[in-house]
Every structure is written in C-alpha cells, then in structure tokens.
Design a protein around this ligand. Structure first.
Ligand code: PXL
Length: 281
C-alpha cells in the first residue's frame, strides 16, 4: 500500500502541545505522510498563556495551496482544525474544494471552543465560517461545545450521558446523513468516556469508549482527531478508527495525570507514540 498522504491545515503553536505539534508526529508514527499547511505561528496556544505572539500565515497558505495545485498533488485526506480568522476558514474551505476528490476525505475538526466556552480568539463570525467549512466535510469531529454551536443548541441541553441522546445528537449533526460524525465527550457509562460515531456509509450509530481520565488536557481533542484521521486513511472503518483514537487519548491523559504535569503544557503523548506505531504496524 502506498503511504497515505494528508494535507493538514492547522496552526503551529511553539509551546503547549496542540494542533500541528501533535498532528505531525501522530500521523508519522501511524505510517501516514503529513503535509503541513500552517495557518499561523503562535508562541503558545491561546488557552492558559497570556500574551502569545500570532503570525498570520493566510497569505502563505494561499500561495502554498496554489503551488500544490500546480504540482497536481493528491491527498488521501484534507484535514482542518484551529483557524485564526474568518478569512482563514474561507481559505481552508477553498483548499478542500481544490483537493477534494470522489475517493478522498475532507476531515473537519470544527475547533471553536471547549467546556461550554469559545476559545479566546473565536468570534461568532468565525464560528459561522467554520460551520460553512464543516458543511463540506465527509467527517466532522466536534466536541460537545462545538456540537452545540453547530446545531444552534444550548450547551446545557446537549447532554451526552445517555446512549440514546448521544445517538440522536450524532445523527442531528450529520446534515441528513450527508456527513459522518464523530462527536467526542460522550460518556454513557460510568468511568468511561469516548465518542459517538454516525457513519454515513452504513447509516449506523455506534458508541466507543475508553477509561475516563478526570480533568482537562490541552491538545486531547487534536490528538483524538489526528489519530482518527490517520486510522481512516489507513483504511479503518469509522467506529474502529474512533476506538483507536479514544484508547490512545485516554492512555496519554492517564500518563499526564499520573505525572501531575502543568495542564497548559498539553497532553504528554510523545513517550507513548511507539504504542500507536505498534497498533498500526
Ligand atoms: O487545541 C485546540 C487549539 C489549537 N490551536 C490553538 C489553540 C487551541 C486551543 O486553545 O489555542 C492555537
């Protein structure tokens, strides 16, 4: 099998593991080539650090995508995440239009917020642009906060602690079955957390879970979506890919918790990457 190739449209945050500093190593160890199309360079992520720098790379993105198009590059997936502005979300949507084929995947992680709140730099206009981009996706990976925003539903009302509710929300997010959904933060069994998956190819809705690790871990959502994307382009079914992502994210969160590391430094995944490599070998 040729090495699958993913175009990753995310920011690079120099410190505080998230986005590209998680996505690139995770995809590489899974035997997937990651081609970064960075949206911005930040000195740190925007959660838990004050005064981060922000170098907007929108201009470069446009030129890099044009060059890739000229070269006739093909990708097994176009995978998008954190956006720095409305313009960037529109440009990322253009990249999906440019590189999307019948046989490849657009995976949109509609990064907007967590724990019921928007990330510091997100505005309602940006959320609308992210929702427009997500409408073009084959697969979306919202957390509970992002699902509520996409559905225009109150966060408190979008409960994910009963299996039947989880299934309903996942189906509601599928745009009448047009896109697959992996909704994270589902916790229908005590002591376990994971995701509910609506697979548009089979019409089935399944819950996957792994041991719940209490607390909030920066970058956990990015790690989950990256492993899911890697597994999908390596040919795994949606629920199987989500199970792998839930297992690995839970193991890394457990390790971070056990060491009592500062949460803003991000989920401590590097020492466990070899396990991900082993699963995918
Ligand atoms: O993990 C999502 C994320 C990605 N990139 C940046 C962020 C965040 C969340 O805070 O600030 C720059």
């Amino acid at each position: 099998m040729p090495t699958p190739r993913v175009a990753a449209i995310h920011d690079i945050s120099g410190f505080g593991r998230c986005s590209m500093t998680i996505i690139m190593p995770a995809l590489s160890v899974m035997g997937v080539q990651c081609c970064p199309l960075p949206t911005a360079y930040l000195s740190t992520h925007t959660g838990g650090f004050e005064g981060n720098t922000f170098l907007d790379l929108t201009d470069q993105m446009e030129r890099a995508a044009a060059h890739w198009r000229e070269l006739g590059l093909r990708f097994d997936a176009v995978y998008t995440g954190f956006m720095g502005s409305c313009g960037q979300a529109a440009l990322a949507a253009d990249c999906i239009r440019t590189f999307k084929r019948q046989e490849n995947l657009a995976v949109v992680d509609p990064v907007m917020g967590d724990h019921g709140r928007l990330y510091r730099t997100y505005t309602p206009e940006m959320c609308a642009a992210v929702a427009d981009m997500a409408a073009m996706a084959d697969v979306i990976t919202p957390n509970r906060t992002e699902a509520a925003l996409l559905l225009g539903t109150d966060y408190g009302a979008l409960r994910l602690d009963r299996a039947e509710d989880c299934r309903c929300w996942a189906r509601a997010l599928s745009l009448r079955g047009r896109r697959s959904v992996v909704l994270t933060g589902a916790s229908a069994e005590p002591g376990r957390a994971g995701a509910v998956c609506f697979d548009r190819d089979t019409g089935r809705t399944e819950l996957v879970s792994a041991p719940l690790v209490p607390g909030q871990f920066h970058g956990a959502g990015d790690l989950f979506a990256a492993v899911l994307t890697g597994a999908l382009v390596r040919g795994r079914e949606l629920a199987e890919a989500a199970q792998l992502a839930a297992d690995f994210t839970s193991q890394c969160a457990e390790r971070t918790l056990a060491q009592d590391l500062p949460r803003r430094e991000g989920i401590d995944f590097e020492p466990l990457l070899w396990r991900l490599g082993q699963v995918m070998a």
